[in-house]
Design a protein around this ligand. Sequence first.
Ligand code: PNS
Length: 181
Amino acid sequence: MRPGRRGGSLAVFPGSFDPITNGHLDIVARGLRVFDRVRMSILVNPEKQPLFTVEERLAIIRETYRGNPRVEVDTFSGLLVDYAERVGASVIIRGIRAISDFEYEFQMALMNRRLNPQIETVFMMPAESYSYVSSRLVKEVFQLGGKVTDLVPAVVERRLRDKYGAAIRPARRATARARRS
Ligand code: PNS
C-alpha cells in the first residue's frame, strides 16, 4: 500500500456528510483498523443545496474527532481520484449499508478504477444497527420533531437544534394546543 504524504497508509473517505451520522463514524472506526489514517473528504458541490455549509460540516467533523490525529478532514472538488492521488491516498473507502446502495457504489468504483487504476475502492459495512441511517432521514426526522439521539454524534444534534430549533418549536406548540383543545 502506498504511504500517504505524512507516512503510513492513508485512505480517503469521501462524501457529502450533510451531516455526519453514527453510521459514518462506524465506517471511520472500521477504516482505522485497516489504515493508519482516514481522511474524511467533503465534496464541495455547487449544484447541491446542503443544510450545513462546507465550513459547518468541517467544524462538526473536527469537533467529533478532536484529539484523534488519525482522522483528518478536508474538502475537495473535481474528480475524486485526482484528489486522492494529490493527497497520496491509494484507497477510497465507501460504506455499503444495504444491497440497494451497491449498484450506485459499484458503478462509481468501476468508473474511478477506469479513471485511475492505481486507486482501489474498499467497501465497508457499518453495524447492522445503522443500516437504515442516512443523513437525509436524520434531517427529515429531526425537522418533524423526531428524536435522532444515538443516530448522530451529540455535536450534530446540537447543530440541528440550532438550525431547525426556531422552526420546530412553533410546530410543537401548535401540536400541544391542538391536543389541549
Ligand atoms: O455521500 P455521497 O453524496 O454519496 O458522496 C458521493 C461522492 C462525493 C463520493 C461522489 O459524488 C464523488 O466522488 N464526487 C466527486 C466527483 C467524481 O469524482 N465523480 C466521478 C465518480 S464516478
